[in-house]
Design a protein. Structure first.
Length: 384
């Protein structure tokens, strides 16, 4: 009997490959392997669930049993893979080996852990899964003051969500504006003002170096790199993600920032593929929904026998900050050009243009965010 296609990871990347493959081939044997409960939920929903009045239980879209039935797969939940036996096409787990004809790594990314000192450092929470979010909500109590480390995309989304729900929110970042790596100065200042007006307290050019528990047990004292001290009832880290590459590296696959794959999403080892937050294609690691969906469609065709190279169109990203709707499509790393920033009525439009006037990137804020679809048609493909 032919071994199944095995997909490691039941997040958006893993399940999207299965859904796309089932459109092409309803009968090919597939095994889904998950280290957690194996049910499907939308990870992007975690950062605005409070505003949507969603409990952690309500965020679980499809429980594991129902998912397995819908997708006609064997689902191995709570199964932690310890190694990949490349020579024999097997996953090694505590529950026994799993044979594969092709293996898809959709293992995502891990939160970056800051080197923070103090007896409260271990209490800092990160949210990168439904289990993480459940733990966060269990700690969250009405009226709390929340400190968020990181003013990037996820940090800003959580900050806006928490302040809408009535919490006090302070955000700390080494940059001098929100979305420091993605927005030009004018757009950064515009977003900063809108989020501040919503009730978020920002502390830029500030790194938290020490977190200690208050002696009365009522919360935490945060000390910054310049000697200032802040108080918080709960601390959430949102400083970014790093691709989960340990399993692939141990198996001998090529690793750079992520698991290196070609345009067919093949790794350096035959019959092993990767996509999503863990994968690096064309030098790009893109932990967003649209790249994952494009990769899943291409990979499904390849797994079904129709070798299909991945191409990325322009893929503007919407930031879930209701206080200031924001759409970003940053220019490629190292692109030559400059930003042109224009404030419009209740918004700001920033366009990154090459010396010849070609549009290479953009940021739309406030009312300008409504131009997202028109913008996407004008931008160059991310990977052609």
């Amino acid at each position: 009997m032919t071994a199944p296609i095995v997909i490691l990871g039941t997040g958006l990347a893993g399940t999207s490959v299965v859904r796309e493959l089932r459109k092409l081939n309803p009968d090919i044997p597939i095994t889904l392997v998950s280290a957690d409960h194996g049910g499907f939920y939308s990870k992007p929903m975690l950062s605005n669930a409070l505003a949507q009045n969603k409990t952690p239980a309500q965020l679980l879209v499809t429980p594991a049993e129902k998912l397995a039935e819908q997708l006609k797969v064997t689902l191995r939940a709570h199964t932690r893979v310890t190694s990949i036996d490349v020579a024999n096409n097997k996953l090694v787990t505590a529950q026994g080996d799993i044979d594969y004809s092709a293996l898809v790594l959709a293992v995502g990314a891990h939160p970056i852990r800051l080197p923070i000192q103090g007896d409260g450092a271990a209490d800092v929470l990160s949210v990168n899964s439904l289990d993480d979010y459940t733990a966060f909500r269990e700690r969250l109590q009405p009226g709390m003051d929340i400190a968020i480390l990181g003013a990037g995309l996820i940090g800003c989304e959580f900050a806006n969500d928490l302040v809408l729900a009535g919490y006090g929110v302070s955000v700390f970042d080494l940059a001098n504006q929100p979305l420091g790596r993605l927005l030009p100065p004018g757009a950064g200042a515009f977003l900063h003002q809108r989020l501040t007006d919503s009730g978020i307290d920002f502390h830029f050019s500030t790194a938290i170096s020490t977190i200690n528990k208050k002696k009365d047990g009522s919360g935490y004292l945060l000390a910054s790199n310049d000697g200032r001290e802040f108080e918080a009832d709960l601390v959430l880290s949102a400083v970014g993600l790093v691709p989960a590459t340990a399993l692939a590296k141990e198996a001998g696959l090529d690793i750079k920032r992520g698991i290196v794959v070609n345009r067919l999403l093949q790794t350096s080892v035959a019959d092993i593929y990767a996509l999503g937050d863990c994968a690096e294609v064309g030098g790009l690691v893109l932990p967003f929904v649209l790249p994952i969906m494009n990769a899943a469609r291409a990979l499904a065709k390849t797994l079904n026998g129709d070798a299909t190279e991945l191409a990325y169109p322009a893929m503007p990203v919407g930031v879930k900050t209701p206080a200031c709707p924001t759409v970003i499509s940053p220019p490629a790393m190292g692109a030559e050009g400059s930003w042109e920033e224009v404030e419009i009525d209740n918004g700001l439009r920033a366009l990154f243009k090459a010396p010849d006037g070609t549009l290479l990137g953009a940021a739309l804020l406030g009312e300008a965010a409504k131009e997202k679809q028109a913008l996407a048609a004008q931008l160059p493909p991310v990977l052609s």
